[in-house]
Design a protein around this ligand. Structure first.
Ligand code: HEC
Ligand code: HEC
Length: 508
């Protein structure tokens, strides 16, 4: 299979960024000349100049970290401007994020309750250094999928299930035996559910200038299934752990600003029709806009964290109260195992105080400042980013609203480079597993801030929801569906312009 399209749309020669820099006022008129899409006056980047814009050096606004970002700790600093008490809470939250949980009953009551089924013993083992996870280097037992998980579900079978989905009360119907995700670990005396098995198929690509490269397309199965066969209609969705920076700022963007960029029916005709996911909030007891996870399936950091405690570690919290996590009715032995709920922790394994601290931590991992902003290649790359329509989904900036008790996150002009909306990314990236309103082809535009520090923090450059891309260029070339024109625009660039675009993305 080749990703090269037969009738590739040729982009016009790019206007010289130098000229653009000299003539900011002419940008809108210049870029639009001689092509059909993307129409700059209609794209999210319409009013944005490729030259330096006020505040863009600090993508997290005043909450951008002022500490060193040239080490593996680059994503582990607290929001700038956090007060003294906040700093202390951040530190305790960090300790809980790193805490290794053990099975119940244990002598350390504050750390027990793990499992019975789980993926990981701590948040940090997946979100290592608060950076990005990666796919396993080899299949079990040669490597483990330590920072990746497989979500499982089946299509609705009953009218009651269809109604729950239609009312946004649930996002998916769990696989009846294995639940909502595959747990590849279990406490002693229990069987883990099985192991992720991934194989890659080579996908040769020839770019417009004749240069060639090979993408790798993954396929997933599960081996060592210990609880019987999967439902025949089981849908799998592989996910690597996303980076943890700037999440409190993303959460603080007012819904109206996100909805303003949605264009579900593509009324502006630019081929890009972002829409918001609408998902049930267990805390608010109503549907809310989804912001977190690769398909925007979760409305808040608190609910994402409660979901992680439950699904990834088998721990109860005030939001997801079942101590046996993702064990299903079909796994009675697992549901009846001893748990770590204690009165001291409000009847949960992770009590309200610890839970609040860890979510506060997750809200306050600071965004790093931009690097090499004024480098000629970076400015040129920025012009190309807008020219190709990347900014139509990777929306450069927003202004956060008021966050109660957290003035340092409030009213900040931020530069996350995401619209937080769902986009059809084509067959190539499809997991064919719907989640809430997201179809099997749709993904949430991920933020790009900090992406240039991936190697520094995580020691690798695997990108996209399943880590299939081995570098930024591969990530761009996988874009399809609504992003096809942007991808083809990249394909049609000269080597120098491709490098400039990558330099810009690396400066984020
Ligand atoms: C087994 C690996 C794993 C563990 C353990 C884990 N996470 Fe995650 N985390 C993920 C994956 C994978 C996603 C993306 C989920 C999705 O797309 O559905 C994620 C997403 C998130 C997000 C949303 C980020 C975003 O940009 O959308 C937050 C917040 C988060 N995790 C917090 C936590 C906390 C807090 C813990 C510990 C209680 C934790 N995680 C434990 C793998 C893990
Ligand atoms: C139609 C919307 C859309 C357009 C246009 C678009 N992207 Fe994306 N981008 C996405 C989505 C959605 C993903 C996540 C896909 C996935 O993980 O499967 C993504 C992922 C990425 C990633 C990987 C991020 C990560 O965290 O793994 C990079 C880098 C990226 N895009 C850069 C670009 C560049 C550069 C352009 C312009 C050439 C562009 N994108 C155009 C929607 C878009």
């Amino acid at each position: 299979m080749s990703l090269r399209s037969r009738e590739k749309r040729r982009l016009p020669v790019l206007v010289l960024p130098g000229l653009l820099a000299m003539c900011v006022a002419c940008i809108t008129s210049t870029i639009g000349v001689g092509k059909e899409t993307p129409k700059p006056e209609q794209s999210a980047g319409a009013n944005i100049s490729p030259t330096r814009e006020p505040g863009e050096e600090n993508p997290g606004g005043n909450a951008t970290t002022r500490k060193s970002i040239h080490t593996r700790g680059a994503f582990s600093h607290a929001s700038n401007g956090i007060d003294f008490e906040g700093e202390a809470n951040f530190k305790v939250g960090n300790a809980i994020f790193r805490k290794l949980w053990v099975s119940a009953p244990a002598s350390t009551k504050s750390s027990d309750g793990l499992g019975p089924l789980f993926n990981s013993r701590s948040c940090q083992s997946c979100h290592f250094k608060n950076g990005r996870g990666h796919p396993p280097a080899a299949n079990y037992p040669d490597d483990t999928a330590e920072s990746m998980l497989l979500r499982l579900s089946i299509p609705p079978e009953t009218d009651a299930q269809k109604k729950l989905l239609a009312e946004h009360r649930i996002n998916t119907i769990n696989e009846p035996t294995y639940g909502g995700q595959l747990q590849d670990l279990a406490i002693q005396g229990h069987d883990s559910e099985g192991h992720i098995h991934v194989t890659y198929e080579d996908v040769p690509v020839t770019l417009d200038d004749g240069s060639t490269l090979t993408l790798r397309k993954p396929a997933y199965t599960i081996t060592d299934l210990k609880y019987g066969p999967l439902h025949p209609k089981t849908m799998l969705s592989p996910r690597i752990a996303p980076p943890m920076i700037g999440l409190g700022l993303i959460e603080a963007v007012p819904e109206a600003q996100i909805r303003a960029n949605a264009d579900a029916d593509d009324k502006n005709g630019d081929g890009i029709s972002g829409r918001a996911n609408e998902v049930w909030s267990l805390e608010a007891e109503r549907p809310m806009i989804g912001r977190f996870g690769w398909k925007a399936g979760v409305p808040s950091i608190r609910e994402q964290s409660a979901g992680a405690f439950s699904g990834d570690m088998g721990l109860s919290t005030p939001i997801v109260t079942e101590p046996s996590g993702d064990c299903t009715q079909a796994q009675a032995f697992c549901r009846n195992a001893p748990n770590g709920n204690t009165e001291r922790d409000g009847g949960f394994e992770v009590g309200p105080i610890l839970f609040d601290l860890v979510t506060f931590y997750a809200q306050n991992l600071a965004v790093p400042p931009r690097r090499n902003l004024d480098d000629a290649n970076v400015t040129k790359g920025k012009a190309i980013f807008h020219e190709l329509g990347c900014a139509s989904c990777h929306t450069p900036s927003f202004t956060t609203g008021k966050v109660d008790g957290q003035p340092h996150l409030s009213n900040q002009h931020i530069w996350p480079y995401t619209d937080m909306l769902l986009h059809d990314m084509g067959d190539g990236l499809a997991d064919n597993r719907p989640e809430g309103m997201a179809t099997g082809q749709e993904w949430r535009t991920p933020p790009l801030w900090g992406i240039g520090l991936t190697e520094t923090v995580s020691g690798h450059t695997y990108f996209l929801h399943d880590g299939r891309a081995r570098n930024l260029e591969e990530a761009i070339l996988w874009h399809g569906g609504e992003a096809r024109a942007a991808r083809d625009g990249y394909d049609a660039l000269s080597k120098a312009d491709r490098d400039a675009l990558i330099s810009f993305v690396e400066s984020l």
